[in-house]
Design a protein. Structure first.
Lengths: 306, 252
């Protein structure tokens, strides 16, 4: 059912060796390849047939769902709309990811629109990895969108990673936070050659005592370009922070545009941003531990994107 | 074991009256450091101590002169090659990293990521608590904590020659004593040739030999007792008057 190519893509985007345990939904070239539900986690296709609805029963703890997508068919642009309904008081991990293997000259792409409804006092950890590979010269595009709605006291931790090989990416993250809810987004994007990546983030802190922390780590190699927009809009007494760091290697370029909007007198919003080459004191330190210049660069980037 | 011959380091002085003229930071420094001895390099601010230490590690390129380490000319070698050859360096202002932990640095320094060995290293160093291991070495660390980590990574290299640039900066009073004891013990147990750049009396007292630098030149070599009058003399205001006496202010 899974060929060697599929297995390699799955391993990279979902840390999976073959078919996972527990609930999962594997989509290959725009079609369902395999699905398994569990007692507490239901997965069904949406009525339009354009994606899946994952429903997690209230109080479900320590369970995980894998929903990888793999593409290896030239000329395909796959769009999915997935919904996640996370029941009250549950604590679950969702592992998504998209692996593209491009063997030809025709373009391949994927747009995943993921919407999360996180119930009261529920906690979700969402891990999403994107990766493209293959000998073909077809353009590989990935346009992931995540929308997060956090109910009172809910928590979401989102790890969004684009590891390489993606020619063009338009990433959108939107979130709306209810009272006492917490959102942590960590986005890591590495681009190389002539690749481009744009990330747009809009976080609305609408509930009292809500907290959001958006961390972005970008590495631009070759002639690649990344643009990062992040806006935190505060409508209540809340706390918001944006931290965006970009490391330029070779001739990469970066634009970083953080925005803070305090529309409530008790909003506390901060941001820190930096763009630049690897600091020379970091390189010198690692070289003084016996690493070569190139090893030091790799080690610093590896840590930065970890 | 470390033989320095007529070492010079100059930079172009953009602020000079004749813009682009050369300013000499280390001026014809010659000295032979012997294996297993503890040296303290001291002198007023701006006397070239840190620059000299960096020249030995290869962080600054020499302008002229030669450096021999265990009989081999290392003047043109990279930092990496000097590190692999057995020289280890503790920075006055250690680098901070986003995404690297003390464990990562210690593993790179010691060449192993074996938990038992890393914990043994921390015990050997003594001044870092075991809970430090997974601390990120980032801007959240205090000045004292990062200096302890810096010292640990230097010792973890098992160096033949260890250079410490002002190791006590930011270190609390209670730790300076144990730190001195540690460097002496490392010297005794492993015959590590130890060079400490410092103003701190605790290190000067621990040293076998004091080197006093002034304006880039080696001004004195010997024991602490005989160095003290010179140190007192040099520690007075060394600003030279330029222009009228009325414009001069001492900010010490």
């Amino acid at each position: 059912m899974l060929d060697a190519l599929d297995k390699n893509l799955l391993r990279t985007v979902a840390d999976l060796e073959g078919i996972p345990k527990g609930a999962y939904n594997i989509r290959k070239n725009g079609k369902l390849l395999a699905r398994e539900v569990s007692a507490n986690i239901n997965i069904e296709s949406n009525p339009e047939g354009t994606g899946i609805v994952v429903t997690i029963k209230p109080g479900t703890v320590n369970e995980s769902v894998h929903i990888p997508v793999i593409l290896s068919q030239a000329g395909l642009y796959d769009v999915v709309y997935n919904h996640f309904i996370i029941g009250e008081g549950s604590d679950v991990t969702i592992i998504a990811g998209c692996g593209i293997h491009c063997g030809g000259v025709e373009p391949e792409g994927h747009a995943g629109i993921h919407e999360f409804h996180v119930g009261r006092k529920a906690k979700v950890t969402y891990v999403e990895k994107h990766f493209a590979t293959g000998p073909g010269r077809g353009r590989r595009t990935l346009n992931p969108t995540t929308k997060v709605l956090l109910a009172e006291g809910a928590q979401a931790e989102m790890e969004l990673t684009q590891m390489g090989g993606v020619d063009e990416a338009n990433r959108t993250n939107e979130a709306s936070l209810g009272p006492g809810s917490v959102l942590l987004i960590t986005e890591r994007v590495m681009t190389d050659r002539d690749q481009t990546a744009v990330s747009r983030n809009d976080i609305i802190l609408s509930g009292e005592n809500s907290r959001a922390n958006m961390i972005s780590r970008s590495v631009m190699k070759g002639n690649s370009k990344q643009t990062f927009y992040a806006t935190i809009d505060a409508l209540a007494k809340c706390f918001g922070h944006i931290e965006c760091d970009a490391i330029i290697i070779d001739n990469g370029t970066n634009e970083t545009i953080p925005a803070l909007k305090a529309r409530h007198p008790d909003a506390e919003l901060t941001h820190e941003a930096s763009i630049g080459k690897i600091a020379s004191d970091q390189l010198t330190k690692l070289m003084s531990l016996g690493l070569t210049y190139d090893e030091a660069v790799n080690r610093i980037i590896q840590g930065f994107l970890k | 074991m470390l033989d320095i011959k007529s070492l010079c380091f100059s930079v172009s002085d953009a602020d000079g009256i004749e813009g682009g003229s050369l300013r000499t930071i280390v001026d014809r420094f010659s000295f032979t450091f012997e294996k297993g001895k503890f040296y303290a390099i001291t002198g007023p601010n701006g006397s070239g101590k840190t620059t000299l230490a960096k020249l030995i590690m290869g962080i600054n390129p020499v302008t002229s002169g030669k450096i021999f380490f265990e009989g081999k000319d290392i003047t043109e070698l990279s930092i990496t090659d000097r590190a692999r050859g057995g020289i280890s360096y503790s920075f006055q202002q250690p680098a901070r990293f986003k995404g690297l932990t003390f464990r990562d640095l210690l593993a790179m320094a010691s060449g192993t990521d074996d938990e038992t060995k890393l914990l043994a290293l921390i015990r050997r160093v003594g001044i870092c608590s075991l809970s430090f291991l997974d601390k990120p070495v980032d801007s959240k660390l205090s000045g004292g904590e990062i200096k302890k980590i810096e010292l640990a990574t230097t010792i973890a290299r098992n160096p033949k020659l260890a250079i410490y640039d002002e190791p006590d900066t930011g270190i609390d009073l209670w730790t300076i004593g144990p730190m001195v004891t540690l460097l002496k013990k490392e010297k005794d147990d492993h015959r590590t040739t130890t060079i400490v750049v410092s103003h701190n009396r605790a290190f000067l007292e621990a040293a076998d030999i004091i080197l006093l630098l002034n304006q880039g030149k080696l001004a004195y070599v010997g024991n602490l007792k005989d160095a003290l009058p010179l140190l007192t003399d040099l520690s007075i205001c060394n600003y030279r008057v330029c222009g009228s006496e009325d414009d001069v202010g001492c900010f010490r």
